[in-house]
Design a protein around this ligand. Structure first.
Ligand code: NI
Length: 228
């Protein structure tokens, strides 16, 4: 499942991130690439233990704490500390699949993360750069993603994806991975849809007698499928 989550950051938070990132110590993006993706990758990235990356990563994770759609869709168990990248002057990232297991080198996480879900949080306004679309090949076909600053896309870590060349301006983004309590994308999707319908019913018909039963079904499925 691919999900667009709008307004994860406020415009003030986006402006703050951009200001901090403008004077940050960018490095070659191949520092975190695997052998194969290293050949396809041409961008800049903040080192994992860079203080700006750690500070802004905490800001993003904090913002996500109150985002119901994110929690419901991802059912996060372990979140990789957010990383930051920048593309400009024709830089791009060719087709690749992200490494299945990631080891955090910033010292914030002790355990490895299985990358069930990938996240891109856009930090540059789409009108400020040309190109830089995130292309995701999913079972429904090819998805082209370029979102407003502050919005994010959540997509299965199993997807083949790439970033098209940035031919004007610069594309700034945060990206990270999530190990979900529910490993299977299809199971996670069912839970998300069930939760969404329960939330809608709670809004429209709060006294409906089946709500308690439906909520029970949700939790019993979660109990069956979740690893915590
Ligand atoms: Ni990737």
């Amino acid at each position: 499942m691919l999900l667009h989550i709008p307004n994860v950051l406020t415009q003030d938070q986006v402006a703050y991130c951009r200001e901090r990132l403008a004077s940050a110590s960018w490095a070659d993006g191949r520092i975190t690439a695997g052998y194969q993706s290293g050949k396809a990758k041409d961008n800049e990235q903040l080192p994992e233990n860079d203080p700006v990356a750690i500070e802004l990563g905490a800001l993003i994770r904090n913002a996500l704490k109150t985002n119901d759609n994110y929690f419901s869709a991802a059912l996060p168990r372990v979140v990789y500390p957010p990383l930051f990248n920048r593309y400009r002057g024709g830089q791009a990232f060719g087709f690749h699949v992200d490494n299945a297991i990631r080891y955090d080198r910033s010292g914030q996480l002790v355990q490895p993360v299985r990358t069930d879900l990938s996240v891109t949080l856009f930090l540059a306004a789409p009108e400020d750069y040309d190109g830089g679309e995130l292309i995701i090949e999913d079972t429904y076909g090819v998805q082209k993603i370029k979102l407003p600053a502050g919005d994010m896309v959540l997509y299965p870590g199993t997807s083949l994806h790439r970033v098209t060349p940035v031919t004007r301006g610069e594309r700034l983004a945060s990206f990270f991975w999530i190990q979900s309590m529910v490993r299977d994308d299809g199971d996670r999707r069912l839970l998300f849809e069930l939760d969404l319908s329960i939330r809608r019913l709670t809004q429209s018909t709060p006294d409906h007698p089946s709500l308690v039963q439906l909520t029970g079904v949700y939790h019993n499925l979660l109990r069956r499928w979740a690893e915590v």
